[in-house]
Design a protein around this ligand. Structure first.
Ligand SMILES: NC(=O)C1=CN([C@@H]2O[C@H](COP(=O)(O)OP(=O)(O)OC[C@H]3O[C@@H](n4cnc5c(N)ncnc54)[C@H](O)[C@@H]3O)[C@@H](O)[C@H]2O)C=CC1
Ligand SMILES: O=C(O)C(=O)COP(=O)(O)O
Length: 528
């Protein structure tokens, strides 16, 4: 099978060659597509690689029927409709580490250019005007830099500011006073930063919570003559409020690398002499572009090959060494989910999954996702995968409960799935036998030993002499060959079950005839 990858923004060839060199990948580069054009072609592709220009909207995702992964060669994923991607089961991966230094250096270049009005002076000189009076700047030395969002980039900006003898005060919901002390920055709440800083720079992602987090009220709290920088995302700072704050003299100058709408060639902020700007160049260095392209192409390749990825944005990431330990249980966990969904009657309300034995030491999150996938796939089909299974369960108000227990029933590892429906509770448990593969070892209260694969017939009956023979004869008379048969009972003469593995699917007619046999309580066919 050949995977088709569409690269819809300029991405460094040094990364793309990883994909080109992979035997089973075809890379197509097509930049500048409109939403409509992208929506029209996306159905042919297994992966899409973008930077910040391509808008991967709900409309595009709706048509992305083959798409397995969207790779973002950079950090911000605000141009990708994540809820739509998750709902459709499309993994989104980014490359968060490769452009940190470039963006921090760009921010610092902007800070210095802003303080010394270098772009304005340069423009004048290009117009052959030697003006030394109009461009008196301010020093950074001894000033306070307020950083909002002390993540990768914010932290690198802080380091550079300290080297310039600036005082740094930062606000980040994940920053504690202890961590701040370690980094040599002052710890503050948002308002402390706004009130104390001479220069304020934002380095948060653009989220619902950060959109316009700097607006009219926040400008009011700032010192008169404050300088503002945004090399993160347009929209974190309310552009209308910034415009007003510059016009009224509250803000002495602003440096912007990003805008609410890009490209922003005719923005009114650009008319103001106090504003210096670059066209979203934070990550535009040879080094950063090489780094992010290599990182994202590796990740996309892994996602296409169902290997663990490090930087999935809509899936918890699992380190490769942990993945290796849980991967052998993937099939078992999914099949247990599928078994119980097929065996139970009624609408699914709750899925309880418990892990015992050596599984208690592992990150079982991926297994839980597989169980949910197994349950939901029975009703929802192929659209369910590891990415969207929890989302689809939540959307249907199915409650998920994962726990680890010490009762492994003597098995080295045990996964038990209990499905609660509107009509009943069904249990199944399975284990991975060293050297023998997966086994279902318990169905409800009955102990059995069945490989979770192929066509199973699950018969509930009364424990009476002759039942097994009658079932065998009936199936035989319809040319159905029984590969394996397991029986289990609670008490002699009481309730019992039969689990048959047959070589081919059994028709509804035959199943009905089986149900009509005396002593048979129910017959369910299960395909695994
Ligand atoms: N101009 C450019 O070319 C580039 C821009 N960026 C932008 O910079 C952003 C930050 O990048 P990184 O530092 O790599 O990300 P990061 O995830 O390492 O840091 C973001 C920080 O913002 C904090 N944060 C979240 N909500 C907050 C809030 N309400 N108030 C204060 N802090 C908040 C987070 O806790 C986190 O520590 C990216 O999301 C991206 O939008 C990134 C690279 C290049
Ligand atoms: O990585 C990010 O978040 C960036 O903003 C960089 O954007 P770009 O890849 O240069 O379009």
């Amino acid at each position: 099978m050949t995977y088709k990858v569409l690269v819809s923004d300029p991405v460094s060839e040094e990364g793309l060659k990883i994909l080109r060199e992979a035997a089973h990948v075809e890379v197509v580069q097509q930049t500048g597509l409109s939403e409509e054009e992208l929506a029209n072609v996306i159905g042919q592709y297994d992966a899409l690689i973008v930077r910040s220009q391509t808008q991967v909207t709900a409309k595009v995702i709706e048509r992305a029927d083959r798409l397995k992964v969207i790779g973002r060669a950079g950090v911000g994923v605000d141009n990708i409709d994540l809820p739509s991607a998750t709902a459709k089961g499309i993994m989104v991966v980014n490359a968060p580490d490769g452009n940190t230094i470039s963006t921090a250096e760009h921010t610092f270049s902007m800070l210095m250019a802003l303080a010394r009005r270098i772009p304005q002076a340069y423009l004048k000189l290009k117009q052959h005007i030697w003006d030394r009076k109009a461009f008196v700047g301010v020093e950074l030395n001894g000033k306070t830099l307020g950083i909002i969002g002390l993540g990768r980039i914010g932290t690198e900006v802080a380091k550079r500011a300290k080297a310039f003898n600036m005082t740094v005060i930062a606000y980040d919901p994940y920053l504690t006073p202890e961590k701040a002390e370690k980094l040599g920055v002052h710890y503050g709440q948002l308002n402390d930063v706004l009130k104390q800083a001479d220069f304020i720079t934002v380095h948060t992602p653009l989220l619902k919570e950060t959109r316009h987090m700097i607006s009219h009220d926040q400008f009011k709290l700032m010192k008169d003559g404050v300088y503002i920088l945004n090399c993160a995302r347009g929209g974190i700072i309310d552009e209308d409020a910034l415009y007003e704050a510059i016009i009224t003299g509250k803000v002495a100058g602003a440096a912007l690398d990003v805008f609410e709408e890009e490209p922003a060639t005719h923005h009114r902020l650009l008319e103001l002499d106090q504003v210096i700007a670059t066209p979203h160049l934070g990550a535009s260095t040879k080094e950063a572009q090489k780094n992010v392209a290599i990182d994202v192409c590796h990740e996309v390749l892994k996602a296409l090959e169902d290997q663990p990825v490090k930087n999935a944005v809509n899936l918890p990431s699992i380190p490769a060494h942990i993945f290796k330990k849980v991967e052998p249980y993937f099939l078992l966990s999914e099949r247990l989910g599928s078994f119980v969904a097929q065996a139970a009657v009624g609408a699914v309300k709750e899925i309880h999954i418990s892990y015992a034995g050596e599984l208690t030491d592992l990150d079982v999150g991926p297994l839980t996702r597989n169980v949910i996938k197994g349950v939901l796939s029975y009703h929802l089909g192929l659209q369910v995968n590891q990415v969207n299974a929890p989302y689809l369960a939540k959307q249907r108000e199915v409650q998920i409960n994962e726990q680890k227990t010490s009762s492994s029933g003597g098995f080295t590892n045990l996964i038990e799935v209990r499905l609660v429906t509107t009509q009943e509770t069904k249990r199944v448990a399975g284990t991975l036998l060293n050297g023998y593969g997966a086994r279902i070892v318990k169905v409800d209260q009955y102990s059995i030993d069945v490989e979770p694969t192929g066509h199973l017939i699950y018969v509930r009956h009364y424990d009476r002499p002759g039942v097994i023979g009658r079932v065998g004869t009936l199936l035989g008379s319809h040319d159905v060959n029984i590969a394996t048969m397991q029986v289990g009972r609670s008490d002699v003469g009481g309730d019992a079950i039969m689990m048959l593995t047959v070589d081919k699917p059994v028709s509804k007619e035959v199943l009905d005839q089986l149900s009509d046999l005396p002593e048979i309580k129910s017959v369910i066919e299960i395909d695994l």
